[in-house]
Design a protein around this ligand. Sequence first.
Ligand code: GDP
Ligand code: MG
Length: 275
Amino acid sequence: MSQLFKLEVKNTSGSTMATFENFSNDPINFVKDGINRNDPTVIGVLVGVAVVIFTIILLAILRGGRNTRRGLLLVGLCDSGKTLLFSRLVYKAFKNTHTSINVNDGSYTVPTEKGGVLNILDVPGHERIRPQLVDKYKDTARAIVFMVDSLTFSKELKDVAECLYNLLTDKVISSNRTPIVVACNKQDITMAKGSKVIKSQLEKEMNKVRVSRSAALQGQDNSSNSVVFLGKKNKEFEFSDLKGLKVEFVECSCKGLEDSDGDLKELYEWIEKIA
Ligand SMILES: Nc1nc2c(ncn2[C@@H]2O[C@H](COP(=O)(O)OP(=O)(O)O)[C@@H](O)[C@H]2O)c(=O)[nH]1
Ligand SMILES: [Mg+2]
């Protein structure tokens, strides 16, 4: 019966090189012997095992990198509601006495088992300081909340699109595959634009930004290699075309009518997902 399961591998001269029986009797000596004899089967299996172990270690390191990133960056133009969201998350309050010159830094405990603590970083929206501050914190970001004032959106469309474009084409953000949510804030106000409209208008505007940036780059040597191309070439820009980066849209209000609680449900759900 055991003969049935006997695995024999013969080399070109026909001699038996490895048998399953030998292996099961004394695996260590079997392997040593195989190495001494330069047995291709034994060496092949050893290389295979080494590759599997190496891959597992590499995956563990990559995942570990993501797990050590605990920052949740709040980015967006001035007055979009970043600091109010910061207060809601960190202090569960509406106090908005924080500076808009430095980054406000506080903790938020995600109320799920695997959630843990996120480091909330409210990055001031002023054009002159925002890029350096994003550069400083982007590598610690587990995710980014991109705040949009849905009431003034149409008027600020160009600036909003450029700000988001800069985030999406950033080398560190795209290689870390940092998840981004566009939070369409101030939904408590009747005239506010909904997330579907905001998404489609942003896609059109980002397309224009992409054309003008590409044209500007063509005049410079070597620079095109250092910039991530957004979306698919020869096709109008769409968020769904982004490689690796996941951009989602939610609607929210950091406060409601007469300073009531507002509605952060969709945003909280997204935070629980990325935490
Ligand atoms: N109605 C309404 N007002 C909001 C909302 N979120 C923020 N605001 C107000 O918008 C203004 C700017 O908010 P702030 O948090 O300072 O914006 P930041 O400049 O992005 O930090 C403040 O007067 C807030 O009270 C919201 O969801 N609804
Ligand atoms: Mg602020």
